[in-house]
Design a protein around this ligand. Structure first.
Ligand SMILES: C[S@@+](CC[C@H](N)C(=O)[O-])C[C@H]1O[C@@H](n2cnc3c(N)ncnc32)[C@H](O)[C@@H]1O
Length: 453
């Protein structure tokens, strides 16, 4: 691989005698991985049904290497949200932020959702996940991935941290900043990353990262933790951003993280002050591990009194008789005082949220479906957020039954069932979508935008 001249010079300076090794590995094929969605299945159970040959990623309990030829995006289990396809090093940030059920978590630079989906799985339905990205086009994939994972407690925003500050200062006890960066660690993935570097370099990102962390730190609750990550090597975007934060905020300190074989520590000699605590950051080099380049830093804010918030009031929703009828078949525990209606569409978010102004909200919780004239139309996201025993009737096709893929292709099917009306359809015990059955004909309601192509 031909590296840009300036970049090569910089890397020779950073790596010294290791540069040859780094350069040699650039021509190796990139690694591919899948990360099990523990909201839907345990790692142990997934391995019993896993259709691919996989080997464990050493630094992530639910991460596995998989061959690119295996095509994991072309499997019904992918449609059922059982795993996320992710580059193995990119699994570290969400796995190193210690999220517990009940936390209030912000994923500030969240699209397309590689980290948000794991943070949501770690919450296990308790607490709140706010997934944000400033780019509206990139939030489309974010919404879809959150939905496919069956995450019920996510609010999705398209804004910048500064607009959250007036209403959410000190609100989150866990924050992830997977910052926009110059992408130097991803050169093995293709030419786009190299072209982008040649056009922009590090400088504009280093500036943007400082702006982002400045605002994000205000959103962190006393005692809370923030994980900062990039997929670049440049010290200006890594050690120096953390140094900048620590020098400015006396109440922040670095938290040591678990080291795995091949991991490098942060480099104080690449900072302006040479502070020794920078060693507690982690660097992943593609020539030292089976994965691409990454940088991680975990910070903690000093304990202190918790702020109070003015929470949004929710208008009581009046359900149509058909909607009430539909929910008689649903066993999911829904607190109806936390269901919001927007033009007939119902959204459920169990957690209270502070009143916000000037913030573009794309989703407030799980989209349940739409109350239409004479019927309730349950949503695709609702289907995959349910477990097989939470809705009756449930019609399941075996994973090896050709009807599974036909269903995912939105085909109309003949089925051998005596029950009629709206059914939750799945493969084995994993729900996929909805269908209406009449006289043995299955009218497919699988979302056309999720269709198997
Ligand atoms: C490295 S990517 C995030 C990848 C994502 N965390 C994942 O795992 O799928 C960085 C993201 O930051 C977003 N971004 C850029 N500037 C931002 C800002 N000021 N506030 C929030 N997001 C921003 C970009 O649109 C981009 O999607």
């Amino acid at each position: 691989m031909k590296l840009p001249e300036l970049f090569e010079e910089k890397m020779r300076r950073l790596l010294g005698e290791d540069f040859e090794e780094y350069e040699k590995h650039l021509d190796d094929p990139a690694y591919y991985g899948i990360r099990v969605n523990t909201l839907k299945i345990s790692v142990e159970d997934f391995l019993k049904i896993c259709p691919f040959k996989v080997t464990k990623v050493p630094w992530t309990d639910n991460g596995f290497y998989v061959d690119r030829e295996e095509k994991p995006s072309k499997h019904p289990y992918y449609h059922a949200g059982l795993y996320y396809i992710q580059e193995p090093s990119a699994m570290t940030p969400a796995s190193y932020l210690p999220v517990e059920p009940g936390d209030r978590v912000l994923d500030l630079c969240g699209a397309p959702g590689g980290k948000s989906t794991e943070l949501g799985a770690k919450l296990n339905g308790e607490g709140l996940l706010v997934s944000n990205d400033v780019s509206i086009s990139r939030t489309k994939a974010l919404i879809r991935n959150i939905e496919m994972f069956g995450i019920r407690n996510d609010m999705i925003l398209c804004t910048e941290a500064k607009y959250l500050v007036p209403s959410m200062t000190g609100f989150f006890n866990k924050i992830l900043i997977d910052a926009p960066c110059s992408g130097e660690g991803m050169f093995r993935k293709g030419n786009n990353e190299i072209k982008n570097w040649q056009q922009k370099g590090s400088e504009p990102y280093a500036k943007l990262q400082r702006e982002i962390v400045d605002d994000a730190i205000k959103l962190l609750a006393p005692g809370g933790m923030l994980l900062y990550s990039t997929c670049t090597f440049s010290p200006e975007e890594n050690e120096q951003v953390i140094e900048y934060l620590l020098e400015k905020n006396d109440d922040l300190s670095l938290v040591p993280m678990k080291m795995c074989e091949g991991f490098d520590h942060g480099h104080p000699e690449w900072t302006l002050t040479g502070r020794e605590d920078i060693k507690q950051c982690i660097r992943l080099w593609p020539h030292k591990i089976k994965g691409e380049g990454h940088f991680l830093a975990l910070l903690k804010k000093e304990d202190g009194p918790q702020p109070t918030f003015k929470y949004e009031k929710i208008k009581k929703v009046k359900l149509t008789p058909e909607t009430e009828e539909f929910f008689k078949n649903c066993k999911m525990d829904i607190d109806w005082s936390h269901v919001r209606e927007h033009q007939g569409k119902l959204f459920y978010l169990k957690e209270d949220i502070p009143e916000m102004k000037k913030v573009r909200v794309l989703r407030k919780g799980l989209y349940l479906g739409e109350m239409k004239k004479g019927r309730f139309e349950p949503s695709q996201s609702f289907a995959v957020a349910l477990s097989a025993d939470e809705y009756k009737p449930y019609l399941s096709f075996d994973i090896n039954d050709e009807n599974t893929i036909k269903y995912l292709k939105c085909e109309t099917l003949d089925v051998d069932t005596a029950t009629e009306g709206i059914h939750l359809i799945g493969t084995n015990e994993f729900p996929l979508g909805w269908a209406k059955i009449k006289k043995g004909r299955l009218k497919n309601k699988y979302s056309s935008s999720w269709r198997w192509l």
